[in-house]
Design a protein around this ligand. Sequence first.
Ligand code: ADP
Ligand code: MG
Ligand code: MG
Length: 251
Amino acid sequence: MTKLEIKNLKVEADNHPILHGVNLTVNTGEMHAIMGPNGTGKSTLAETIMGNPHYHITDGQILLDGVDLATKKVDERARAGLFLAMQYPAEIPGITTANFLRAAINARHPEQPIAIPKFMSELNNALDLLDMSQKTANRYLNAGFSGGEKKRNEILQLLMLKPKFALLDEIDSGLDIDALKVVAKGVNAMRGPEFATVMITHYQRLLDYIVPDVVHVMMGGRIVKTGGPDLAKHLEKTGYACLRDELGLDI
Ligand code: ADP
Ligand code: MG
Ligand code: MG
C-alpha cells in the first residue's frame, strides 16, 4: 500500500491565496471524490499535487509514503506514480498519440523500455475498452479532438501509464451519457489494491458510475466535510449553499 498525504496545504497563484489549509489522506486501494462549487480550489489542489510550477506552496506538505514532494518536478512525480487527467487537456500537433504514450511509459521506466509488440497489444486493448478507433493511435495528440474525445484520451493515458494515484479533474465535464459510461469503464478497470483515484467533479452523476469510497466537499480552499457516497447524493438534493449554512461557513 502507498499513502498520499496532504497536510495543512496552503497555496497561492500570482500572490492570490487559493488553498487555505487542505488536509487529505488517500491510500492505494481507495477511490475518493472531491466535490465543490466553481472557483473553490479543486483544480489548484490537483495541479499543486502534480507539481505545476504556477502554484506556490506557502505552507504544509504533500507526502508520498512520508517523502515530501515539494522539491520534485512533474516528471519525478509521474515516475513516483502520480497522474493528472487535466480539466483542459492540451493539443500537441506533431506528436502521435502512440508515440506520446510510448515516450511517457518509457520515461517512467528508462532502464527497461517497453517492447513494441507488448506496447501495441496493450494499446489496442485499451482502445477497445474505451470504444476508441484504432486510428486514434496515429492521430496527433488531441489535435482537433472534441471535448469528449480529449477526455477519453486522458483515460487512455491512465490505462497505459498505470499510475498509483490518478487525479481526475472534471473528467465528466462535457460528456454525454454514453461517453461518461465509457470513461467510467476505463477508471473502474484500474480498480485494485495498488491504485487510488481522486475524482474532482461538480456532479453526482459521475459517482453513480464510479462509486467512491470517500466523498469530500471543498469550499473556500478547504475540505469542509467528508463522508461516504451518500454525501454526494445529499448534496445533489440540497446544494452547496445549504451545506454552507449548515456548517456556518462565511465563504
Ligand atoms: P475550481 O477548480 O474549484 O473551479 P480553481 O482551482 O480553478 O477552482 O481556482 C480557484 C480560485 O483561484 C478561483 O477563484 C480562480 O479564479 C483563482 N485563481 C486561479 N489561478 C489564479 C491566478 N493565477 N491568479 C489569481 N487567481 C487565480
Ligand atoms: Mg472550475
Ligand atoms: Mg477546476
